[in-house]
Design a protein around this ligand. Structure first.
Ligand code: ZN
Length: 175
């Protein structure tokens, strides 16, 4: 079942998600629903459970037709710097160049409960940082410089006012 994606202003996006203690059928169904919601979205490549209103530590993504889910993921190491024009399904139409570490080492559980470690950089590294932030109630706005945030808030309000206007060209959105 596809869910409605929660957008900026919804308190669930600012709350801490809780760890999954048992990977059961309920978790598997939730992962399926998250993929369905992701594929229904306009150009999203990843989704975190709080974005569908579920305060659980689950992230799903599909980059290069390789769908994967990670449970209780954490960034254990990060290195380098990379600027990328980030977008978010929960902050529709806004894209901002955000500086973050480039490489990350992420640890979590796969859907079978096996511990996995993933090294990623560039788009995939950014996706993990963005999605894991969602699990901790952190949004793109919180990763901007004060000046960027001020401008982005103004832009976002304007974008919402003109939401009925024709959509701009499609661009990747992290989640
Ligand atoms: Zn997002």
């Amino acid at each position: 079942m596809a869910y409605e994606i929660r957008t900026y202003g919804d308190p669930v996006l600012k709350s801490q998600a809780s760890a999954i203690t048992e990977i059961n059928g309920k978790v598997a169904r939730l992962v399926d629903d998250m993929f369905e919601t992701l594929y229904d979205s306009d150009s999203g490549i990843a989704l975190a459970a709080p974005q569908i209103g579920v305060q659980k530590q689950i992230v799903v993504w599909d980059i290069d037709d390789q769908p994967m889910a990670l449970i209780n993921p954490v960034v254990v190491e990060s290195d380098g710097e990379w600027v990328y024009s980030e977008g978010c399904l929960s902050i529709p139409e806004l894209y901002v160049d955000i500086l973050r570490p480039n490489q990350v080492l992420v640890r979590g559980l796969d859907i079978d409960g096996n511990e996995v470690e993933i090294e990623a950089d560039e788009l995939m590294g950014r996706m993990f940082q963005h999605e894991i932030d969602h699990l901790n109630g952190v949004l793109m706005f919180d990763r901007m410089t004060p000046d960027q945030r001020k401008a982005a808030m103004t832009d976002y309000r304007k974008l919402q006012e003109t939401a009925a206007a024709p959509a701009p060209r499609r661009r990747l959105r992290l989640s």
